[in-house]
Write a protein of this length. Structure first.
Lengths: 324, 177
């Protein structure tokens, strides 16, 4: 590293932050994860060379696309419905923590996990990788000064077959995934102020967008924006402005008739697979449900159409005085 | 080595061996020890997948890895519903780790909260610049690479960040003397 000038602010930062060293177990864990990715990459390179065009998949994708066009409402309806929620959000009383109370949120999620066969320690499986859905429950307590307690419990996975289940436990993946364990961490996360002005807010959201995942701009924008309107405790004005920005995004569709909740969808292609991202908001603008599923079969992973690769449900946020 | 790993991915393991300690330190200071190893693992996996974008003319790939780690942190905080918040590089336990001298620990404990608040009030860009310089020991040109900004901008951001912290804690020098 370069020779640096001294400054009291820098010195203080170094003194407080200190030097943090990894344990051998942590290092081994990280290394194994990289080794699995390297093994998978080698396999993908081989598969890419062998890939042939599957006309059935193309047909299914076109068919599914037509079906969704017929089922989904027009984008202008989606925009009107989201703007209606924004108008309501703007006038509701926001949740607030005090010195003795916390804003409590609870969510359950299920996410697709993939472990290459070579990383299973000699356990034989049918395909190249072992696939399963990793289920967890997360509870979060937000304090008024930015103190956040998060408690995550890892639940029994969901398997696609009995053979997958047997391989999973035989390889000891349940220990690695900490199934049945609950982890509680407390961190200090000062509340970030989002701008009220919609132009500045749009810029701030775009500043925080991830751009290196190969996903459409609408998906990356939603990833940030839903953080503000979803479980967030930003001011009603900021949440309403964010919803109005979401309403203007390309490709947002309203699914089904408006009720106590509204469900929107965005269709996109992820690594060649037609994918749908759905979001359900309640009338207070809080995120209640989120789902990502492949519309067409995923030939690479060997997943049938309509398999949810990520799904999460969010309970109503409440104010509580308890940290249990 | 990164270029060679394009054809032979297993060579990327050598990048891990060399830079894991620095990446772990970087991550632990920003999101805490509990999640640091997992974050570092994700950083190396993402770096492996995007290694074709690495510019081999740079003498070290560490700034490039820091840049990826920053994106992973941002992504992760957002996924767990913390997108509207920021994290600052002052783990609560750090005051017990930096030295034997009791006086230093006391000073750090008393001023840490003020410093945390002052850091939180900085713009994200200024804060990142200051942390990369002061904590991670990067040069101006390396910070420019991590943040994808002109090298000339680094100095002005660094000065502004320090100045704002000194304004927020006017007696900082006396309290740390």
């Amino acid at each position: 590293m370069a020779e640096q000038e001294r400054h009291p602010v820098d010195d203080l930062l170094r003194a407080i932050a200190g030097n943090v060293e990894s344990s051998a177990a942590e290092r081994e864990y990280a290394r194994q994860k990289l080794d699995r990715a390297i093994a998978e990459l080698g396999r993908r390179q081989t598969r890419r060379r062998q890939r042939v065009l599957v006309w059935g998949m193309v047909f299914a994708a076109v068919f599914a696309g037509v079906a969704f066009v017929l089922l989904a409402a027009q984008p202008s309806q989606a925009r009107a419905a989201i703007e209606e929620i924004a108008d309501l959000v703007e006038v509701i009383d926001p949740l607030a923590a005090t010195d003795t109370t916390f804003i409590y949120t609870r969510s359950s999620s299920s996410a697709l996990a993939e472990v290459p066969g070579v990383a299973l320690g000699g356990i034989t499986i049918e395909g190249d990788s072992l696939l399963y859905l990793l289920n967890s429950r997360r509870e979060t307590w937000y304090g008024s000064e930015g103190t956040v307690q998060m408690r995550t419990t890892y639940l029994q996975p969901t398997f696609f077959s009995d053979a997958d289940r047997d391989a999973y436990f035989a390889a000891g993946l349940d220990r690695q995934d900490e199934i049945g364990q609950t982890r509680t961490v407390t961190v200090h996360l000062p509340i970030e102020e989002w701008p009220h002005d919609s132009v500045a807010l749009d810029r701030a959201i775009r500043d925080r967008m991830v751009t290196d995942r190969g996903l459409p701009e609408t998906i990356e924008y939603l990833d940030v924006a839903l953080g503000i309107v979803g479980e967030s405790f930003a001011t009603p004005q900021v949440r309403a402005s964010t919803l109005r920005l979401i309403a203007r995004l390309e490709g947002i569709q309203l699914l089904g008739p408006p009720s106590e909740t509204l469900t929107f969808a965005v269709d996109y292609v992820d690594k060649g697979v037609e994918t749908r991202f759905t979001i359900t908001l309640d009338r207070n603008g809080y995120l209640r449900h989120q789902r990502v599923f492949n519309v067409t079969a995923d030939d690479h992973l060997g997943l049938p159409p309509a398999t949810a690769i990520y799904e999460a449900e969010f309970a109503d946020p409440i104010v509580t005085g308890s940290l249990d | 080595m990164i270029s060679a790993s394009l054809e032979k991915p297993s060579l990327f393991g050598l990048i891990f061996t060399r830079h894991y300690p620095a990446l772990y330190n970087f991550a632990a200071r920003r999101i805490g020890r509990d999640e640091a190893a997992d974050l570092v693992a994700d950083t190396f996996v993402r770096a492996l997948e995007s290694r074709a974008t690495y510019d081999p003319s740079y003498p070290s790939c560490l700034p490039w890895l820091y840049g990826i780690a920053q994106n992973v942190i941002r992504d992760r905080l957002r996924r767990v519903g913390r997108g509207k918040r920021i994290y600052i590089a002052l783990p609560a336990a750090a005051t017990e780790e930096f030295g034997e001298e009791t006086d230093d620990r006391v000073v750090a404990s008393s001023v840490a909260t003020d410093l945390a608040h002052a850091l939180a009030r900085l713009s994200k860009r200024d804060r990142s610049t200051l942390l990369l310089y002061a904590l991670d020991g990067l040069s101006y040109s390396e910070i420019a690479l991590v943040l994808d900004i002109p090298a000339g901008t680094v100095g002005s951001r660094l000065n502004r960040a320090r100045q704002q912290i000194l304004e927020a804690i006017p007696d900082l020098e006396q309290r740390t003397r």
